[in-house]
Design a protein around this ligand. Structure first.
Ligand SMILES: Nc1ncnc2c1ncn2[C@@H]1O[C@H](COP(=O)(O)OP(=O)(O)O)[C@@H](O)[C@H]1O
Ligand SMILES: [Mg+2]
Length: 333
């Protein structure tokens, strides 16, 4: 199954919540919609689910137009951020709900529910009520419920964001394994770039109602197309061509640019060389366990540099040369 989203636009009154949204979710693909709160992620997910209609644009599932097809007939599995389980049904009844309303037999339902509970490792809790489960367990039930109807597509709206850090990371891995095993195309909304990078085959980075860039984690991190993507995907230094020309001119080798253009340079790709005549001064050093982060002042700019802790031989006040290679510069718009 593949879903093709073309030219979606949505306005709430005068406010343009989405525009120019073009995106394809390919068979078996795990796609993350990533962007800050309010950028339109949930709105797009609701349009795909059929819970909200777009003002313009089309949705096609394997070439078939979804216009006019109501949410429950689209055959998509949906999981929301807040645990949206039915509070007066047991775990097993929650998971079997979709099958029951579609008129499956009792025997079929029991067999499928058992299979799904095994899949999400909750067989031992099938008779519990949702209120007796942890947040992580509730989201596993919600996932099993979404999978029960053999969905053509899974839609997840920040399913992990209400959980504490450790559970979130555990469940993230389970979700990834399960999705790969079942091969169901999946669209997950998140505002957490680390989560998106860990899960997605393809990340769709959004900002104020529009897509900024689509690509793999590596593409977005190493080659951000816009300043927004550069700054949203981890730490970055935005360095102008004019500044680089003075500080590390080799960075400009081969680049066709004007002096006011800016490059995104990641903190870990900057090399420092101790030199009493260097233009930079180490202003701050913080030890973060796996890395050491240095702040280097140079020509009116503070540059963030990361090194492995044992490789760092610098102290605050040291003068340094700053070395940036052209392949580590992403010239953004
Ligand atoms: N039903 C609605 N009526 C008016 N404005 C809305 C409605 N739903 C969402 N919005 C607005 O659209 C924007 C995008 O919202 P949303 O899609 O929920 O963002 P996200 O999920 O990325 O945080 C926000 O500014 C929000 O206030
Ligand atoms: Mg949202």
């Amino acid at each position: 199954m593949s879903l093709r989203i073309s030219n979606i636009r949505k306005q709430f009154g005068d406010y343009v919540a989405l525009q120019n949204i073009d995106l394809t979710i390919n068979p078996g693909e795990f796609v993350c919609l990533l962007g800050p709160s309010g950028c339109g992620k949930t709105t797009l997910l609701r349009i795909i689910a059929g819970l909200l209609s777009a003002d313009e644009g089309t949705l096609e599932l394997d070439g078939k137009d979804l216009a006019g097809i109501p949410a429950r007939d689209r055959g998509f599995g949906i999981v929301f951020q807040s645990y949206s389980l039915f509070p007066y049904m047991t775990v097993a009844e929650n998971v079997g709900y979709g099958l029951r309303i579609r008129g499956h037999s009792k025997g079929q339902i029991t067999e499928r529910v058992n299979q799904l509970l095994e899949l999400v490792k909750l067989s031992h809790l099938s008779d519990r009520m949702p209120g007796q489960l942890s947040g992580g367990q509730q989201q596993r039930v919600a996932l099993a419920r979404a999978l029960a109807v053999d969905p053509a597509l899974i839609l997840l709206d920040e399913p992990l964001s209400a959980l504490d850090a450790q559970v979130r990371i555990e469940l993230r891995k389970e979700l990834r394994d399960l999705q790969k095993r079942l091969g169901i195309p999946t669209l997950m909304v998140t505002h957490d770039q680390e989560e998106a990078m860990a899960l997605a085959d393809k990340i769709v980075c959004m900002n104020v109602g529009e897509i900024e860039q689509v690509g793999t984690s590596q593409e977005l991190y190493l080659h951000p197309a816009t300043r927004f993507v550069a700054e949203f995907m981890g730490h970055s230094n935005m360095l102008s061509a004019g500044w680089l020309k003075q500080v590390s001119p080799q960075a400009l080798n081969g680049a066709q640019i004007t002096s006011d253009q800016e490059a995104c340079v990641r903190p870990e790709s900057i090399r420092l060389i101790a030199d009493p005549k260097g233009p930079g001064t180490v202003a701050d050093i913080s030890f973060l366990g796996n890395v050491q982060r240095l702040s280097v002042s140079c020509h009116d700019l503070d540059v963030m540099v990361e090194t492995t802790p044992d490789a760092s031989k610098f102290s605050v006040g040291d003068r340094v040369l700053i070395n940036i290679e052209p392949q580590h510069c992403s010239w953004v718009s």
